[in-house]
Design a protein around this ligand. Structure first.
Ligand SMILES: Nc1ncnc2c1ncn2[C@@H]1O[C@H](COP(=O)(O)OP(=O)(O)OP(=O)(O)O)[C@@H](O)[C@H]1O
Ligand SMILES: [Mg+2]
Length: 266
């Protein structure tokens, strides 16, 4: 369970990245976090993992008050939250196996258990055959899968995926979203920041939209005539290659007026 109450973040530069954000995400939800570049999506993720502190407001993750959490408990918080970073943060001089095993090694897990867990998550994301390769030998989609695997090693309750389909073609983007959907269906809360409106509008998932740091929309909004609006999963097994940028997107309802009233990672 994630709860932000009247959260604002102003950087030392004077940029107000988030302004009076109040929202709650339940356990096991799948939520899209959308909004133009610079609207505050990554900032929310960085606040949730306590990479930085808000200027104002309260942040709760499970039963923890993230802002007041003593430093020695921050690593406990981060074990609960897996992050697929916007820039992936894979180490280029390490193999896929080594990259994925890092969080476990940092957590002091025994080598035999590390091997077992890393293989388990690599199977889950379909990357076991690539385990001895280096990042430079992989495609964009495979790199995303690797980053997702690394985020899953500590069996987090929450997965934050920051623009995981950026720079991927439509088919590969759907593969990644289907993978995140599967992870969600097995019980992990997933928050996916994305600019991929084609994907957002095809899935019957909750959408939170930010604009200039403000919460502009929070609903399960889909065009009523969408073939996917009645449920169904992540466009699975369907051919989305024909999706065009010109496909209609339901204008987003600006609920902002009402709704406004309501640093080193390991
Ligand atoms: N460390 C920082 N110092 C100063 N300003 C920052 C810092 N990090 C982010 N910002 C600013 O805060 C605002 C929100 O940035 P953020 O990275 O959260 O946007 P975003 O929605 O993730 O954008 P994108 O879609 O491009 O990833 C932007 O104006 C950005 O320039
Ligand atoms: Mg971002």
């Amino acid at each position: 369970m994630i709860k932000l109450d009247k959260v604002s973040k102003k950087f030392a530069t004077g940029v107000l990245a988030l302004s009076d954000i109040t929202l709650a995400i339940d356990k096991k939800e799948f939520v899209f976090l959308i909004g133009p570049t610079g609207s505050g999506k990554t900032t929310i993720f960085r606040l949730l993992t306590r990479e930085m502190l808000p200027t104002e407001g309260t942040i709760i993750v499970n039963d923890w008050d993230v802002v007041k959490l003593p430093n020695h408990k921050v690593s406990h918080l981060r074990k609960k939250i897996g992050v697929v970073f916007q820039d992936l943060k894979l180490l280029l001089d390490r193999t896929i196996f080594e990259n994925v095993s890092l969080p476990l090694e940092v957590a002091g897990v025994k080598p035999e258990e590390v091997k077992k867990k890393v293989e388990e998550v690599l199977v889950k994301v379909g990357m076991l055959d690539h385990k001895d390769k280096f990042p430079i030998q992989l495609s964009g989609g495979e790199l995303q899968r690797t980053a997702i695997a690394r985020a899953l090693t500590l069996s987090p309750e929450i997965l934050l995926a920051d623009e995981p389909t950026g720079n991927l073609d439509m088919a590969t983007s759907w593969d990644i979203v289907n993978l995140l959907s599967d992870i969600n269906e097995r019980g992990t809360t997933v928050v996916m920041a994305t600019h991929n409106i084609d994907i957002v509008k095809k899935l019957a998932k909750r959408v939170i939209r930010l604009e200039k740091g403000r919460l502009m929309r929070d609903d399960k909004g889909l065009p009523d005539d969408s073939p996917h609006a009645q449920g169904g999963k992540a466009g699975k097994k369907e051919d989305h290659s024909s999706l065009k940028a010109s496909d209609d997107v339901k204008p987003m309802t600006d609920k902002s007026e009402g709704q406004r009233k309501t640093e080193e990672k390991k």
